[in-house]
Design a protein around this ligand. Structure first.
Ligand code: DGP
Length: 113
């Protein structure tokens, strides 16, 4: 079993509040939510970050954004929402498995810290 936290969640070895599960993509609630809705959308395949994406991930990315759009609707984020991905230490990436944060349910400040 991989020692990657999100690979372990994707494999069901660590519990999470899962809101979407398909062959290629999973989404679950962030353990430390920063907004009323704070979901993490991940590929089941291990990709460390945006920095490791290639043209071969085109279909996966389309599916991930389809999931994001669908979840935003299910969470009734009618006022808008933010999709964020951190890459590397300066951006605060703490889990080295690609994930998009889907944040909403309140007004979100800009710029981020
Ligand atoms: P980032 O800092 O961008 O790498 O985001 C990682 C996010 O993962 C962070 O918001 C907290 C969340 N997180 C860390 N460990 C767990 C966990 O075990 N379960 C869940 N659901 N979320 C986690």
């Amino acid at each position: 079993m991989s020692d990657c936290l999100f690979c372990r969640i994707a494999a069901g070895a660590i519990d999470a509040d899962v809101v979407h599960s398909s062959e290629g993509v999973m989404a679950f609630r962030d353990v430390s939510p920063k907004a009323p809705t704070h979901l993490l959308v991940i590929p089941r395949e291990h990709v460390a970050s945006v920095a490791d994406l290639t043209a071969s991930h085109e279909g996966l990315l389309v599916e991930m954004f389809d999931v994001i759009r669908s979840l935003a609707g299910r969470e009734s984020l009618d006022g808008g929402y933010r999709v964020v991905t951190n890459v590397g230490a300066d951006a605060g990436q703490s889990v080295d498995h690609l994930h998009f944060h889907l944040l909403g349910g309140r007004a979100l400040g800009w710029p981020p810290g």
